[in-house]
Design a binder for this molecule. Structure first.
Ligand code: C2O
Ligand code: CU
Ligand code: CU
Length: 578
């Protein structure tokens, strides 16, 4: 233990030393306009002396250009797959139709072009794009396919924020990677000891002495970063995943899990000539999060976790040297940004619970509560199965229950959501805003609310999944179909619509009839915010199942009835009157 600690200290010293052997931060070239040609290609990079590293990139050998668009633009993205294998390209965080979303169902064959075209509906914010092939996300992202996708809008442009890309508006794609002895990028390897910012190892950045906007993206496969500065300086969070917040939020630390983004402002006006570092303070990360001092409880631990000095270590991400300001610098931090009007739980139509837990693919498998394999609601991702049906325009509360020893960053496509609570408490200020990824701590639960608007498709699903890429590839992912042919008053989540409840509304009891329920089933009644008010286990051996639910104990209002059979779930909204 002592020895290990000693080696961690040595490593940290080594990192501090490396301040003197640095490379200028690469700023990915930007693409603007409405037609974007994205050529996926193989390449090589000389990250370390010796063997060149084979990589993937877009319009270059490694990483991808930054796409910059305006809200309301109609864009076409010509994604040309020059690899010898199929891949996909997903616009993470953007509100687009299922067939434009670039999930595993929109495979782009080798040497072919996929050209989705859509309107930018999102507000100003920092999004990103990356491959999403079935079981291949970690490999393709790890080899270099990841880029930033910036959306501007008129309100944001009127706020006086730094917005000159590469000058005072700086993308910071932070990633940890593992390299093997031949300097090849190693996938699913927990010795990810190299830090790359915009693909640059040991990066430094000469920042003008003014207000700078950093767009932080944690593009790592597994690792969370606890951002902060070596000089202890306060920075101001101005955006969460989905865009601007109400008021700049002063912070000295900001934790981002894989997939999460945030925009921050730093005021360098009085720091001309000084040098300091953007750090990840891993020693302060709560245990259970990949990157913290410890994950798991013996015997459910991650192999070699303690051997990686970044786990629980404080280390440099980017060296910053403050230089002379530009000619028309931004010098103040605005006092307010945009109004925040989250969805209200009172308006929710549907409640769903998602259980994040280990799964057994074979009965002899011994699931590891820290290392997996993991599934959602007891199943592993299956391209041929749709897991959830969402009625178009449904406002929904999703409750995520983490039954494992490791924190999972849960991500959902199509929508931005508002976190209602984490383990029963309202979210901290830095998580109040529009989100598409939320970190669910071990043995904890998270409730979020969102609304599924604009896009429906009876055939093509959207995805929800853990954004630890290794977990995602292993099957910790599910799909949902948004469709207006699923009604809220009588929905069957499994495609059967013979569930009948009468009377509805009712003042004394509900009579339920169905021909799709057979064998053991559970009847659950919850309030709109998910509090359980009734539960009973039943068994049916008749062709038609018939039972009734007493309502005399219930207060007036709307309830969600859920009927779970071994392999189906039915759900409907009921109303109790006096
Ligand atoms: Cu960033 Cu489904 O992905
Ligand atoms: Cu996504
Ligand atoms: Cu996970």
């Amino acid at each position: 233990m002592k020895l290990l600690l000693f080696s961690k200290i040595l490593f940290v010293l080594f990192l501090v030393q490396s301040v003197y052997a640095q490379n200028p931060l690469f700023i990915p070239p930007s693409l603007t306009g409405t037609v974007f040609n994205l050529d996926i290609q193989t390449g090589t990079q000389n990250f370390y002396p010796g063997n060149p590293t084979p990589t993937y990139g877009i319009n270059g050998p490694f990483l991808s250009p930054t796409i910059i668009v305006n809200k309301g633009d109609i864009v076409t993205l010509n994604v040309n797959n020059g690899l010898t294998v199929a891949t996909t390209m997903h616009w993470h965080g953007l509100h687009v139709s299922p067939s434009n979303d670039g999930g595993p169902h929109q495979s782009i064959a080798a040497n072919s072009i996929w050209s989705p075209s859509f309107e930018i509906l999102n507000n100003a914010g920092t999004f990103w794009y990356h491959p999403h092939g079935e079981g291949k996300t970690e490999l393709h992202v790890g080899k270099g396919l990841a880029g930033m996708f910036i959306v501007h809008d008129l309100i944001e442009q009127s706020l006086g924020l730094p917005q000159t890309y590469g000058i005072d508006d700086i993308p910071l794609i932070t990633q940890s990677k593992a390299f093997d002895v031949l300097q090849q990028i190693a996938i699913a390897d927990h010795m990810d000891t190299s830090i790359l910012v915009n693909g640059t190892i040991d990066a430094f950045y000469d920042a003008p002495a003014q207000v700078i906007r950093f767009r932080l993206l944690n593009g790592s496969s597994m690792r969370s970063f606890n951002y902060g500065f070596s000089n202890g300086m306060t920075f101001y969070q101005i955006a969460t995943d989905g865009g601007l917040v109400e008021t700049p939020n002063p912070l000295t630390r900001l934790l981002l899990a894989p997939g999460e983004r945030s925009e921050i402002l730093v005021d360098l006006t009085s720091l001309d000539g000084q040098s300091f570092q953007l750090m990840s303070f891993g020693s302060e990360i709560t245990n259970g999060i990949f990157g913290a001092p410890a994950v798991g409880i013996v015997p459910d631990v991650i192999d070699m976790y303690d051997d990686n000095p970044l786990n629980g270590g404080d280390y440099e991400l980017l060296a910053i040297n403050v230089v002379a300001p530009t000619t028309s610098p931004v010098t103040t931090i605005p006092s307010s940004l945009i109004p925040y009007t989250p969805y209200l739980p009172i308006n929710a139509d549907v409640n769903r619970s998602l259980i994040l837990d280990t799964i057994r693919i074979l009965p002899i498998d011994v699931p590891n509560l820290a290392a997996g394999p993991f599934g959602i609601n007891g199943v592993s991702f299956d391209m041929m199965v749709n897991n959830i049906y969402v009625p178009l325009n449904s406002t929904e509360i999703w409750t995520l229950h983490n039954k494992t020893h490791i924190a999972h960053p849960f991500h959902i496509h199509d929508v931005q959501f508002n976190i209602i609570e984490k383990n029963g408490l309202p979210p901290v200020l830095s998580e109040q805003g529009w989100k598409d990824v939320v970190l669910v701590m071990p043995h904890d639960s998270v409730k979020f609310i969102t609304k599924f608007t604009d896009f429906e498709d009876n055939m093509v699903p959207y995805m929800y999944h853990c954004h630890l890429l290794h977990h995602e590839d292993d099957g910790m992912m599910g799909s949902f179909i948004v469709s207006s042919s699923v009604g809220i008053d009588e929905i069957s989540l499994s495609g059967n619509d013979d569930l009948q409840v009468s009377p509805n509304p009712s003042s004394n009891n509900w009579d339920v009839k169905s021909t799709s329920i057979y064998g053991e089933y559970t009847v659950i009644l919850t309030s709109l915010i998910g509090d359980k008010v009734f539960e009973s286990k039943e068994k049916s051996i008749d062709i038609e199942t018939h039972f009734s639910i007493p309502t005399n104990e219930l207060t007036e209002g709307i309830y969600i009835l859920k009927i779970q059979t071994e392999n189906q779930e039915f759900q409907t909204k009921l109303m109790k009157t006096n």
